[in-house]
Design a protein around this ligand. Sequence first.
Ligand SMILES: Cc1cc2nc3c(=O)[nH]c(=O)nc-3n(C[C@H](O)[C@H](O)[C@H](O)COP(=O)(O)OP(=O)(O)OC[C@H]3O[C@@H](n4cnc5c(N)ncnc54)[C@H](O)[C@@H]3O)c2cc1C
Length: 449
Amino acid sequence: MTDGQSSAGGVAVVLGGSIAGLLAAQALTEAYGEVIVCDRDALRTETSSEPRRGVPQGRHAHGLLAAGREAIEELLPGATDELVAAGVPTGDVLGDLRFFTMGRRLKQTPIGLTGLAASRPFLESYVRRRLAAHPGVRLRERTEVVGLEASGDRTRVTGVRVRPLAEGAAEESLAADLVVDATGRGSRTPHRIAELGYDEPVEERVGVDLAYVTRHYRREPGMLDGDVAVILGPTQDSLRGAFVQVVEGDRFVVTLFGLLGDHPPTDDQGYRNFAKSLSRPDVHEVVEAAEPLDDPVLHRFPYSVRRRYERLRRFPAGLLVVGDAVCSFNPLYGQGMSVAALQARVLRRQLAGGAAPDSKRFFSDIRPVVDAPWQMAAGADLAFPGVEGRRTAVNGLVNRYMARLQAAAEHDASVARTFTRVSNLLDPPSRLMRPDMALRALVGGRSRT
Ligand SMILES: Cc1cc2nc3c(=O)[nH]c(=O)nc-3n(C[C@H](O)[C@H](O)[C@H](O)COP(=O)(O)OP(=O)(O)OC[C@H]3O[C@@H](n4cnc5c(N)ncnc54)[C@H](O)[C@@H]3O)c2cc1C
């Protein structure tokens, strides 16, 4: 699993041109003369709010965490200002957000962190436009990846086999000094490395049986009193929730969701009734007051999955895996795009040393980037008795502590800010356990839990 001797450069091929692939490709442009991004879909290079087939989740509300925005800004300097200038609404990630978690409303107070409320397709198309402007980048659209190519002794990946989707086109080989798999949660890398004689990574799963149903609405001035989002999480009494996001084009994306099979209906009346059944009225008010622009669309998410590449003893040189292909998080916590951006930042910083990326070092360095959000999301999910996954004694303790902390965060601005920094991946979860927080949880959370 070593590749640290050779220097970076030559041709890099990125499999998948979604958020993780595009941001990894952006990092690679700093070290590789040619960066080729392959995707099954047509890849437009003008900004657009239109979802595409290969990213069906793109129709649903997508929050970008503060750490993700900062990582994107490092990879694409000026991105925040350009997105705002292009019409993406912006707001303070705590002061302009109505956040209900475990039945508590986080104190809405400014934290001084800018949030971007772009629709998922708009953000992706912006990143792609910036990447495509780089002279060394080639977007191979409508090109399906069908396999890896390896050296005779199978210690190194040397390229990929692709099939252009144009009628009559023949399969072809793309030679590469580095291949990066960013094909999402359906990634075939575990099987492909097994074919080369390597172990598959262990998979950890948390079964949540979640469904999102989403509809877009026209946003009139003054709706939601200027707030940019409402997040209404599930509670022990209600497995239902919602995520309302203001996005470009004076629209709301209204995602209703339900855990453990309590899924929202996709017909107009059923959708509205589900919104009405939520524990707070904010979402139903939007649904009844605003004009719908489309029909409700369903997306099922059966389980979160993490593939433990960092635990493999052997792995072919010349191959990395990023994004949902490594870890597909429960979307309720809004982490996937931000973690993909943080991984691309790890790659960029490794490449700055001039050596070709070493897969062992890469998987080890992205481990902490994945650990914290995975622990937070899986830990919170496992508080629901019906969720399937491995529970430890610590889960119960942490969840009881978090309930107290969230109760304190209703009134205590300092707790609300710390909680927001941690859930935005700016500070580690251990920050919530420090004595000052524990005291505030004890005093502020006791009478209210
Ligand atoms: C319902 C839902 C809601 C979500 N909400 C949020 C949120 O609020 N915030 C957040 O940060 N994240 C959210 N996520 C996660 C987020 O969508 C992903 O983390 C993000 O898209 C990064 O994924 P990715 O680029 O690794 O893979 P994907 O976005 O899944 O993209 C994979 C790409 O690979 C291409 N591809 C796949 N196989 C092949 C092949 N064989 N050949 C060629 N091309 C191929 C596909 O066309 C696609 O473009 C949500 C996910 C879901 C399911």
